[in-house]
Design a binder for this molecule. Structure first.
Ligand SMILES: Nc1ncnc2c1ncn2[C@@H]1O[C@H](COP(=O)(O)OP(=O)(O)OP(=O)(O)O)[C@@H](O)[C@H]1O
Ligand SMILES: [Mg+2]
Length: 309
């Protein structure tokens, strides 16, 4: 079971859209996919289930917030598998090939970050390191346990645009990091910043485990899969010059990038979450939609190759 965090500090660059479409495409190809929404904005959750249905029928106990709350209260974590559900609309479109499950977020997840942060301070240096490891490993431990159920080939974690403790839990739990970015100044500026923070977290974690007496931890080493450009405007089959400049600059700076990109189309992507399934699974797509879908499928091909799925 491979775990991939989809992240970028920058908000609104297409993280959630990419996560939903990649998951849909992988599941349609026969993979069993688990999505985890770790963003309090709950956009991924509501891309697969209508808010009114969620409010009415979704058990409060089955969100990631409740899972963390239970931990914060000092209890043993419940198995993550108990939090999974299979959204109906999207799974019907998979024709029984693969499976798409989701662990839902909750607006209140924002408080979890504050509560976890308050657990980090205090004590001597040894206690601080111990508490750092413990509170950054909850999700990794939960996913390790879930792996033994042999239900999923891949887990995709949709991260919020921040570097809080829940996001860091996702990195610690991940084998790979995928970075969607818009080819513009601010989005590409943030990539270097993000990678430096990931590097620092990995370094701290791997340093601290050496001095955590009596407990054996595995070193973490999440691989940067690369930057996937999103919302790309094209002219004559090529990204427009203004965007090409940032795509080339990102490559020149030495960041790994995906060759395929996701085209910009506000109509197609804007309406998709309401439908309960991602664009890539649309039946009877028109010419423009087909072009957009083709870009997503080419990205999925490269993604599968890169992680050897
Ligand atoms: N390729 C695209 N073309 C046009 N609009 C897009 C595209 N991808 C995403 N969008 C739209 O842009 C907005 C932001 O996308 P999305 O929610 O996926 O970004 P995000 O990075 O997850 O945002 P956040 O940082 O808030 O979590 C949404 O309204 C979405 O419908
Ligand atoms: Mg998002």
């Amino acid at each position: 079971m491979k775990v991939v965090s989809v992240m970028n500090y920058k908000g609104g660059v297409g993280k959630t859209t990419v996560t939903a479409n990649l998951a849909g495409d992988l599941a349609f190809r026969g993979y069993n996919v688990l999505l985890i929404d770790v963003d309090p904005q709950t956009n991924l959750t509501f891309s697969f289930i209508q808010p009114d249905i969620w409010n009415k029928s979704f058990p409060n106990s089955k969100t990631l917030k409740k899972w963390f709350d239970n931990i914060i209260d000092g209890n043993t974590p419940t198995p993550l598998i108990d939090l999974t559900f299979d959204p109906e609309t999207v799974n019907k479109l998979l024709e029984g090939k693969g499976r798409l499950s989701l662990i839902s977020s909750d607006l209140g997840l924002i408080n979890v970050d504050v509560d976890l942060a308050s657990k980090l301070g205090g004590g001597n240096i040894g206690q601080i390191k111990k508490s750092f490891l413990k509170n950054h490993k909850w999700l990794a431990n939960g996913l390790k346990e879930l792996e033994s159920n042999n239900l999923y080939d891949i887990v995709l974690i949709d991260c919020p645009p921040n570097f809080n403790i829940v996001t860091k839990n996702s990195i610690v739990a991940s084998d790979y990091i995928l970075i969607p970015a818009k080819p513009d100044y601010l989005s590409t500026l943030g990539i270097d910043y993000l990678l430096r923070h990931v590097k620092q977290l990995v370094k701290d974690f791997n340093d601290f485990i050496k001095s955590d007496d009596g407990i054996v931890h595995k070193e973490i080493n999440p691989q940067i899969l690369g930057v996937l450009f999103t919302m790309v405007q094209t002219h004559g089959g090529e990204p427009i010059a203004a965007q090409r400049q940032y795509i080339n600059q990102t490559k020149e700076l030495g960041f790994a990038t995906f060759t395929p990109y996701i085209k910009e189309n506000k109509t197609i992507f804007g309406n998709a979450p309401e439908a309960g399934y991602p664009v890539v699974l649309k039946i009877g797509a028109n010419k423009t939609e087909k072009e957009v879908i083709q870009g997503i499928e080419e990205f999925t091909n490269e993604f599968i190759k890169k992680i050897n799925l």
